[in-house]
Design a protein around this ligand. Sequence first.
Ligand code: PEP
Ligand code: MN
Length: 337
Amino acid sequence: MILVIKNDISQKEFDEIIAKIKQLGFTPHISKGVKKTIIGLIGEQAERYKEVFESMEGVEHISEIEQPFKLASREFKEESTIVKVGNVEIGGKKVVIIAGPCAVESREQIINIAKIVKSYGADLLRGGAFKPRTSPYTFQGLGEEGLKYLAEAKEITGLGIVTEVMSVEQIPLVYKYADMFQIGARNMQNYDLLKEVGKTDKPVLLKRGMASTVKELLMSAEYIISRGNYNVVLCERGIRTFEDSTRFTLDLNAIPVIKSKSHLPVIIDPSHGIGIRNFVPIMAKAGIAAGADGIIVEVHTNPQEALSDGPQSIFPEQFKQMVEELKLIALAVGRTL
Ligand code: PEP
Ligand code: MN
């Protein structure tokens, strides 16, 4: 249920509405737009007090949000959300580039690649210290050691860190080093994890599960937002289809669909989406043309030797050229890079 608040009420009247909501045992979720202010109340219980709210001074009207995801919907918040990661804004006019290796492999590797991607225009550094691998016998990540190397790379380059947190127990540790939590595709429906990152103040990059619908992705975002963390960026990273000539099928449809249903920023991951190095730049361009707010891309100086996702990691030179081309695409769709 949402309360649409009159434009001309005083702060005192507004505070009274909030106090009343809290007194009745609800958590108000406030969306202050340019045109109107909305207060969201979640749960069927809110219905019982409909008349109380309706009669309150300052409440223009009450309406329902049709979608099952409430706080993530455009009905709740009409204006697009900009998520700030340090001083990088995701969801604004500028297309954002998150780049780096799939996994942190060594101190030298991550510092070297961080310097390279920074010099070619990356805004944030990616790199997993905890890796969700299909096989338990392959490289699982360096853990805290990897997080420390990421911190050093940040110190040297100034790039904020995007890194995966795989479990509730890892949150305090990853919190110390990351500027943005990454929730991987395999954990998109790990509701305990979603709830816990929702209680933090750290931005979250939520990747779409490989067999999840857009609606399920938005419901997962709702878990995070409803706990109080509004800084959620969604990521389309490819879904499983019958097609087996590529690793996954990058669902470009998801971008305009999500943009119409939700106010949250959306980025794409062309690396996992197609899984083939030489096709990554073209899918990155397609994603930006389709309206994505940025990309997350895997880059490696020696992909043949990479400990994970080598075949889809692009060379630094490819990254450099891709960024130059993305500038033109961004311009063509009214964005900057
Ligand atoms: C990754 O970004 O390296 C990764 C594991 O992604 P996903 O969770 O989308 O598979
Ligand atoms: Mn990867």
